[in-house]
Design a protein around this ligand. Structure first.
Ligand SMILES: NC(=O)c1ccc[n+]([C@@H]2O[C@H](COP(=O)([O-])OP(=O)(O)OC[C@H]3O[C@@H](n4cnc5c(N)ncnc54)[C@H](OP(=O)(O)O)[C@@H]3O)[C@@H](O)[C@H]2O)c1
Length: 245
């Protein structure tokens, strides 16, 4: 039986991905910062582990407890929407700590066992904003563009060991808690000088158009994990596929 470890399973894409792999008979190590007993329906193929991807001790404990892992899905991430002038450096550091360095640290932690077995797949959840730039997302986009560059270089150094690295690039998914979680961190509002731009950005999001659903992302993660011919960058969602064209 194959085992997948997924980060950020408390909600959104991570939670749906855990369900998806469980439904297909995999052993699932679903990790989250604060695991609750009701996070996922009980299964003898499911383990819930506490994991904060910004905490080296937490990473070490979770990866040790998980044991052999065939696929790592680096999904945990946080958002931020503001002009650069409205982005405190503490917020920029938090984005990179979670989205970029969290992904790097988790990957580094599982690689020795994958290299010894000469098998494994790393799936990194990035974003379609790295394909088509949008305003007010400069720092978030930078944190994910770094994940893209990291993954593409890593793939070259891991290929001799039979380990694959792939990117899933979701588009905008209003049905997850991502926006609300980001808003909770953005307590200081937007700088006055950017008010008009902010209004334009929000108005654009109200227009009907293609968006991404969690199912698009879970299917893309599944393909990245199981199909060796999957391209390096896999857009997930109608808007992401349009951005990639
Ligand atoms: N939704 C979108 O529009 C969208 C678009 C493109 C890409 N993405 C990316 O997709 C991924 C999942 O997003 P989502 O839409 O599913 O959002 P979500 O519902 O907010 O889920 C994010 C998950 O990341 C976890 N997380 C945050 N910081 C963490 C940390 N330090 N350690 C471990 N876990 C942490 C959260 O856990 P807690 O409950 O502990 O906070 C939560 O489980 C993210 O990487 C995001 O950047 C999302």
């Amino acid at each position: 039986m194959q085992t997948v470890l997924i980060t950020g399973c408390s909600s959104g894409f991570g939670l749906e991905t855990a369900h998806f792999f469980l439904d297909r008979g995999w052993a699932v190590v679903a990790t989250m910062r604060q695991p609750g007993p009701d996070a996922l329906p009980p299964s003898d193929r499911l383990r819930l582990l506490a994991l904060d991807v910004t905490d080296p001790v937490s990473i070490d404990q979770a990866v040790t407890a998980a044991g052999p892992i065939d696929v790592l899905v680096n999904n945990a991430g946080i958002g931020w929407l503001n002009a650069l002038e409205g982005t405190p450096m503490a917020a920029a550091r938090e984005l990179f700590e979670t989205n970029t360095l969290g992904t790097i640290a988790m990957t580094q932690s599982v690689l020795p066992q994958m290299r010894e077995r000469r098998a494994g797949v790393i799936v990194n959840v990035s974003s379609s904003v790295t394909l088509s730039a949008l305003p007010l997302l400069s720092v978030y986009t930078a944190s994910k563009a770094a994940v893209n560059a990291f993954t593409e270089s890593l793939e070259l150094e891991l290929e001799p060991f039979g380990i694959r690295a792939r990117l899933v690039l979701p588009g905008r998914a209003p049905d997850t808690s991502f926006g609300a979680n980001a808003r909770a961190r953005m307590t200081d509002g937007f700088p006055d000088a950017y008010g008009e731009l902010v209004q334009r950005v929000f108005a654009k999001w109200q227009e009907p158009g293609p968006v991404t659903h969690s199912s698009d992302v879970t299917e893309a993660v599944w393909r990245a994990a199981t199909d060796p011919s999957c391209p390096m960058r896999l857009p997930a969602g109608a808007d992401a596929i349009a951005a990639a064209r």
